[in-house]
Ligand binder design. Structure first.
Ligand SMILES: Cc1cc2nc3c(=O)[nH]c(=O)nc-3n(C[C@H](O)[C@H](O)[C@H](O)COP(=O)(O)OP(=O)(O)OC[C@H]3O[C@@H](n4cnc5c(N)ncnc54)[C@H](O)[C@@H]3O)c2cc1C
Ligand SMILES: *[C@@H]1O[C@H](CO)[C@@H](O)[C@H](O)[C@H]1NC(C)=O
Ligand SMILES: *[C@@H]1O[C@H](CO)[C@@H](O)[C@H](O)[C@H]1NC(C)=O
Ligand SMILES: *[C@@H]1O[C@H](CO)[C@@H](O)[C@H](O)[C@H]1NC(C)=O
Ligand SMILES: *[C@@H]1O[C@H](CO)[C@@H](O)[C@H](O)[C@H]1NC(C)=O
Ligand SMILES: *[C@@H]1O[C@H](CO)[C@@H](O)[C@H](O)[C@H]1NC(C)=O
Ligand SMILES: *[C@@H]1O[C@H](CO)[C@@H](O)[C@H](O)[C@H]1NC(C)=O
Length: 591
């Protein structure tokens, strides 16, 4: 290992690795990393490899993988494809998450570059196919005091599924799906349900459930794994107004915990861990093999796309205020809506608001009537004009199916859940906040938006959580005992902003962009969320200084206790996750 490309802290770690984690009097303890005395020798790795059927692989960054392909590079189509990246063990969807920006000196592996550092990418991966593979890997990591990470899709925007010098357990191979009309928890029949391996992509789940006449609460994404990080964070969906969050609809997990035991976890078996796995944060509890979700009969929905252009930031602000006012129009029908602000080209002066609305059991004509009050009020504003408008009826599984996700950019995001009361009482503040966020500038880039265009740093996502409608299911599920942040139950929208860069951006600028949410965007957003607002841990800023309350609110004390019970040696540590306050940025040494 080359010391010149390691984090500064590594030097301290290497010297102190002979202290095991049990020796707490040493104040600082570190994981064994390549080159340190306690790191497993080649023979030990070979033995692990033999135990798991040869499924141990060396891990390399995406750009290095591409450089080894015939032609020496990936095509743009490959580079930006989540499906392509899901075949590469070391790949994250966001290019920046593979980089070691904070190493001294930085360790980077950029596309088409002539040099390549390992950066934030793991050293080895166990390409798990079974519970036994995972149990062997967990025991190996635990007994050798290794930095352990878990990944299913690599979609994580906080970088929690990758870490330097780590052993990765990748669950992409866990592709089992089974459906039943009667899923039992103990003696209680919970009705129809689907059990999926933690490597199953959302797109596959939508197709498989459709074939059985069912639908399930899942993300609007192709390769996000519903039984991976998604459900552990809470899991929002276009169907949440109708059926609640994914964490509200999960009935059972099978998970390998730090001891190496495979546990069946549900409301009666390890209920404390069940509580934690429902919203308590991705990657902090063990390695999930499978999760079982409630299913519902499938149905048709009206799907509407409306695109409205605004000629200035002020006009977009006014449009956002009108939208905030009319958000409540969607409540009676429990529609879910995503909305994005984007520029058609990176430097365009005109901005576009795109609204994607999913309205269950509705005709196209009814959908147009429902959205007309918003549409007409919007088009009456100065500097605002209609770009496109469409209403179609589709099967809901088909409407939510996405063929691939456009990824591969460098970006960070930040977010807040916005209370319904704020939108109801002060829709004009929403307009002000949009305008200020746009005025503050930022670097345009793609966000999760399926529009495939250049979204500006304002991106809003509505779940029409229907908190004032007693039938709105996210609000109605408030009494479920789980680690879902209670702010979800009274929120109406989830407001995200991002900062984007490219391989050509200077490191000093990247440093600034990584802090832009806390320094510039959050203070603007707090006009809506208040100073102690909540954020969705899966779509958030990894540098949140008070992540314990921002992500987990009143649940953090319980989560800390449950963590100590199931993971007493902090084997499963992720940035901004439960227990991470005890560890450095890389999860390599305690602080
Ligand atoms: C294009 C896109 C669309 C999105 N759409 C939505 C959406 O509609 N709704 C929504 O709520 N969120 C959405 N998200 C956010 C998404 O929920 C998070 O990125 C989530 O962390 C993805 O989980 P993953 O397991 O697929 O990702 P990974 O990067 O593989 O993992 C994310 C986290 O989960 C942990 N993890 C992964 N697999 C396992 C496992 N088997 N056992 C234990 N821990 C595991 C990892 O350690 C890491 O902490 C979207 C993200 C993107 C990039
Ligand atoms: C693990 O074993 C397989 C099969 O023998 C081999 O192809 C692979 O290279 C080994 N992995 C490592 C990291 O040596
Ligand atoms: C890398 O090379 C490919 C193929 O030549 C090209 O399409 C792409 O734009 C290049 N990317 C960068 C970041 O230079
Ligand atoms: C997947 O299903 C098969 C057949 O039922 C089973 O043998 C196997 O153990 C399952 N794999 C996992 C990881 O659950
Ligand atoms: C956008 O503006 C930047 C900076 O002025 C310039 O470098 C870039 O080429 C422009 N892009 C397009 C697509 O016009
Ligand atoms: C859709 O309508 C059908 C037929 O009236 C009904 O059975 C079903 O429950 C409805 N589904 C939803 C999600 O409203
Ligand atoms: C913490 O867990 C206990 C059960 O052990 C539960 O009664 C309590 O409501 C939980 N607290 C929160 C804030 O969820």
């Amino acid at each position: 290992m080359r010391l010149s490309s390691t984090p500064v802290l590594f030097l301290v770690c290497a010297l102190s690795t002979h202290f095991s984690l049990a020796h707490k009097e040493n104040h600082q303890t570190c994981r064994n990393v390549p080159g340190s005395a306690g790191y497993p020798k080649a023979a030990a790795w070979s033995k692990l490899n033999a135990t798991i059927g040869g499924r141990l692989v060396n891990v390399i960054p995406t750009a290095k993988y591409c450089a080894r392909l015939p032609g020496g590079t990936c095509t743009d189509a490959q580079w930006t494809s989540a499906l392509f990246r899901s075949t590469i063990p070391g790949s994250m969807n966001n290019n920046n998450l593979e980089q070691g920006y904070d190493f001294t000196p930085p360790s980077l592996c950029l596309r088409n570059a002539t040099t390549c550092g390992q950066g934030n990418v793991p050293t080895f991966s166990v390409e798990a196919q079974s519970a036994a593979d995972i149990q062997a890997a967990v025991k190996f990591a635990s007994s050798n005091n290794l930095r352990l990470v878990v990944k299913s899709s690599g979609h994580d925007v906080l970088g929690r599924s990758t870490a330097p010098y780590s052993l990765l357990i990748r669950t992409a191979g866990l592709q089992n799906i089974s459906m039943t009309n009667g899923f039992f928890v103990g003696t209680r029949n919970m009705g129809s349900a689907v059990t999926i391996g933690s490597g199953v992509h959302a797109q596959t789940l939508y197709q498989k459930t459709k074939a059985n006449g069912k639908i399930v609460v899942a993300p609007t994404a192709a390769t996000v794994c519903p039984a991976g990080g998604y459900v552990q964070g809470a899991g929002h969906s276009a169907l949440s107004p109708l059926f609640g969050l994914a964490a509200d609809n999960v009935l059972e997990f099978h998970i390998v915990v730090a001891s190496g035991e495979l546990l069946q976890v549900n409301s009666i078996s390890h209920p404390d861990l069940f509580y934690a796995l429902r919203g308590g944060g991705a990657g902090s509890w063990g390695v999930i093999l499978s999760a079982t979700f409630r299913t519902f009969p499938t149905f048709d929905e009206a799907f509407s796309v409306i695109e409205i252009a605004a000629t200035s930031n002020a006009a977009m602000g006014a449009l956002a205020a009108v939208h905030a006012h009319h958000i409540f129009d969607l409540e009676p029908v429990r529609a879910g809506q995503y909305f994005y602000v984007f520029a058609a080209t990176p430097n365009a002066t005109a901005l576009t608001l795109q609204l994607l609305t999913h309205i269950p059991n509705t005709t196209a004509a009814q959908a147009a009537v429902l959205l007309a009050p918003f549409r007409n009020a919007a088009l009456a504003l100065p500097g605002v004009s209609l770009v496109a408008e469409e209403y179609v009826v589709r099967n809901v599984n088909d409407a939510l199916f996405t063929a691939d996700d456009t990824v591969g950019s460098d970006k960070v995001i930040g977010s807040r859940l916005i209370p319904a009361s704020v939108l109801r009482e002060r829709p004009e503040t929403v307009g002000k906040v949009y305008k200020q966020l746009l005025d503050a500038g930022g670097s345009p880039g793609r966000v999760f938006c399926r529009c495939g265009r250049y979204s500006l740093p304002v991106y809003m996502l509505l779940h029409a959580l229907n908190v004032n409608d007693p039938t709105g299911q996210v609000a109605a599920n408030a009494d479920i005992l789980s680690a879902v942040h209670p702010a979800w139950r009274t929120a109406k929208t989830h407001l995200l902003t991002g900062s984007f860069w490219t391989d050509q951006t200077p490191l000093s600028k990247i440093d600034v962009l990584r802090r832009t949410f806390q320094t510039i965007q959050l203070p603007i957003m707090e006009q809506l969320s208040g100073n102690n607002g909540a954020a969705y841990s899966n779509e958030a800023d990894v540098t949140e200084p008070h992540f314990q309350t921002t992500f987990f609110g009143p649940n953090y004390a319980n989560l800390t206790r449950i963590k100590a019970k199931y993971d007493p040696d902090d084997l499963f540590i992720v940035p901004a996750g439960v227990g991470s306050e005890r560890w450095d940025e890389w999860g390599l040494c305690t602080v």
